[in-house]
Design a binder for this molecule. Structure first.
Ligand code: AHR
Length: 325
């Protein structure tokens, strides 16, 4: 694999900088339908969060008819079997390319092999898979481990030298977003005075974040000093539970999350969250560009990584109005 290089000058909403790694040959299809329109099947995870809504919107905008695409969209309600079935149905429909935002990392080998055998290139978006790199043409996404590490470093710097009890709301079990964020965060808080009281999945949703936090509060009450939520939505659900328990979010319980969607950034500006690491959902334009190249048989990099920012309360106040999602 080639050394990482930063690609600049890519015009994208929100001024994203990409890091490209490795190099892959183009995918299998000879180049779109006879009419020049590229039919793309997009297998989205579902609609679990504000981040996901922004990502879906970005993809639909980029894969528009005006841009030369015929988009077949499927959202799998975060059920891996339904997502595999959607990919299989795209293969049966003979699409020119498949874009996949995989719910979970494992279990993709068979259907990706079927796509390859049918000469249909697969481009991954957002999360990664454990299947062999030969089975997909490219991946456009985020460095989840670095996101977790950035969150963990802030926590270690601010609370690491005083005894602090933390609870964690994890994302979807088995997703690369949850696994890699946990890895990065755990390595950053290693050796500090932070104790993990409990860690459970809230499935990246506001409703589950609230329910799981209610359970944490019943069990540990005012022992909890800090919450790390793998996304804004779970943090926002937890915020409701904390208020209902008569505690002040951001003060009695410090809250660190990932995503930086509008509602999360608003909570951060209001002092109810304490720190957010961004996860940029605006991947549509770059993904569409890569799909066009792959379908045309041009060579593309094996991965394109979006650079994320991070915000404390003061920084959030300054950028809140200009956030594009
Ligand atoms: O894979 C990205 C994650 O998925 C986002 O952080 C989360 O909000 C979404 O559901």
């Amino acid at each position: 694999m080639k050394a990482k290089k930063i690609i600049t000058g890519i015009a994208l909403v929100g001024a994203i900088a990409f890091t490209a790694t490795g190099c892959a040959g183009g995918g299998g299809s000879a180049g779109g339908g006879g009419d020049g329109v590229i039919t793309v099947g997009f297998a989205q995870t579902g609609s679990e969060s504000g981040w996901r809504s922004a990502n879906t919107e970005s993809m639909k905008e980029a894969f528009s008819e005006a841009n030369g695409f015929n988009l077949i969209f499927n959202a799998a309600d975060n059920k891996p079997e339904a997502q595999i079935a959607a990919v299989r149905s795209f293969i049966n429909q003979g699409v020119d390319a498949i874009v996949l935002a995989p719910i979970v990392t494992d279990g993709w080998d068979d259907v990706l092999k079927e796509a390859k055998d049918a000469n249909i290139p697969v481009i991954l978006e957002d999360r990664t898979v454990s299947a062999s790199e030969d089975l997909y043409a490219s991946w456009i996404g985020l460095d989840f481990e670095k996101e977790g590490e950035t969150a963990g470093k802030w926590v270690a710097d601010n609370f690491g030298s005083t005894p602090t009890n933390m609870v964690v709301l994890e994302g979807t079990t088995g997703s690369s977003a949850a696994t890699d964020r946990a890895t990065g965060f755990d390595s950053a808080i290693k050796g500090t005075d932070i104790t993990v009281l409990d860690s459970q999945t809230g499935n990246f949703t506001r409703a589950d974040g609230k329910t799981v936090m209610e359970g944490f509060l019943q069990k540990y009450g005012s022992q909890i000093n800090l919450l790390f939520a793998h996304n804004d939505d779970m943090g926002l659900g937890a915020l409701e539970a904390i208020k209902a328990a008569g505690m002040k979010p951001g003060t009695d319980i410090k809250i660190v999350t990932i995503d930086a969607v509008k509602d999360g950034m608003t909570a951060l500006s209001n002092g109810e969250f304490n720190y957010i690491v961004e996860c940029n959902p605006l991947l549509g334009e770059k993904t569409a560009e890569v799909v066009k190249k792959v379908v045309a048989g041009e060579s593309v990099d094996k991965s394109y990584i979006v650079e994320d920012q991070a915000f404390d309360q003061e920084q959030a106040k300054k950028v809140l109005d200009s956030r594009p999602y």
